[in-house]
Design a protein around this ligand. Sequence first.
Ligand code: ARG
Length: 573
Amino acid sequence: MSDPVIALLPLFRESLSLAFGDEFAETDPMLRTSKHADFQANCALSLAKTLKRPPREVASALLDRLPHADIIERAEISGPGFINVWLTREYLAKALSEASADLGLTPTETPETVVVDYSSPNVAKELHVGNLRSTIIGDALCRVLEAVGHKVLRQNHLGDWGTPFGMLIENLLEGDVEAGEQSIKNLNAFYQAARKKFDSDSAFAERARNRVVMLQRGDVETLELWKKLVLASTRYFNTIYDLLGVTLRDEHLAGESLYNPWLPQVVEELTARNLAVESDGAICIFPPGFLGREQQPLPLIIRKQDGGYGYATTDLAAVRYRTQSLHATRILYVVGASQEQHLSMVFAAAKVAGWLVEPARAEHVSFGAILGSDKKMFRTRAGETIRLLDLLNEAVSRAQSIVTEKNPNLPPEVQHSIAHAVGIGALKYADLSNDRGKDYVFDWDRMLSFDGNTAPYLQYAHARIRSIFRKGEAEIPSADSVRIVAPEEKALALTLLAYPTVVRDVADSLDPHKLCGYLYELATAFSTFYECCPVLKAPSQSERDSRLVLCDFTARVLEKGLMLLGIESPEKM
Ligand code: ARG
């Protein structure tokens, strides 16, 4: 690990134990980057409370014993008791050249098996905005977790089972099957037609209910039609996944139907152990800690009055499968905020059942809504739900006009592939760069802007660095040619060295916007460096080499960082 924080840690440990005794060696020095120094250690303030001594006195005891090795250039106390630390330029150069090959990102010492439940659209329906955000955020998290060294199991928890399938299959069966299959392509229309019939025609509704029973019993003809519905839908979802450039494949499909055979067993087991009880004809679990408005315990229904199983039962069976068969110790549910209560009840019930025990844990990776410019639900101008395919195509065609205008001389197929990278990149980045818990406003102009915290800005910064090498016909010099002299070089070096820590932080916090913020900061630090420090026209060969190494390092961090977000970095723009 090349991150200076990691290198500073043993120095602070030493001074902590020399100053206050061995029992303080493990105290977190609380090292942070700072405007006033390269790093700032904030531990003296909290230690002062423990030791009942004035903070500045604690800081000075630490400072007096702090070994500098060849890492620290100087250190001093500031304000109420912060310790400001500046690093030597030699250390920074050495750390950069050591980190060059893998950008400093070495695999974690504690790898885990992580299940990521994401995308999870419903069969025979258009992906909703929640599925879109889940697809984008979930895919970025999978990439980040893998980059850190975890084993990631993608699980697309397709909504492919349950009561709606009765009406969908019955409608398909009663109509012209051929035409029906065609109309599945327009998923929303197909669903709405079946729904309309179900709501208005009680005989049809009855047949649809029977059809569910037949489906659950495994009636051959019914299953055939069900498979057709699923196949038509997954084909459509795959078109979207391809366009989006996400890593989801058919092998990651693990829909609700997968758990169907285990549902009776789940309920029996919970009832036999007295964890589930009958209530109003249904079988329910009352997970501890969930109370309704009148303080009454809230039920999680695991078998309905009519004997059917629902969303919650399936989710319980899925937790059990994920811990016991897939051996996951961390299960992430990338699902919208509206399902918060459902998921926490499922997790609580699974804990009681013993299917989710330490070290295994489940986390709801929640996210807010996408809003239109009117701050209301994101819809088309006509007020309809957005057809995702149209949205993605619009992103590419908007990017296409910008790219063609900027690069009129590039061959059309190159223009198109850049437009694809920029359009889809912009859309994804707009989603990922916002704090995921919050709602955000969908704004084409902002997300496609070449200024500010956007994908096009970062992609352009990357392409511009690549063009330096083309223009100068320069090879990438050996990493140990790097020398840190100018303050702008130092600032850039410090930012580059923070990359592995940021990626690890995202793997823990599951907040991709932190990686976005970091990449934006890096592009800004690079542009300041580039303004102040000529590269191709550097005063000497050794400075030119050193700066070319900094350029290449920056380009690779931008490219790799964007890749972790699922965003491409074209060589030219
Ligand atoms: N199919 C659900 C929806 O579209 C999302 C499923 C999320 N995953 C889960 N295990 N419940 O809202």
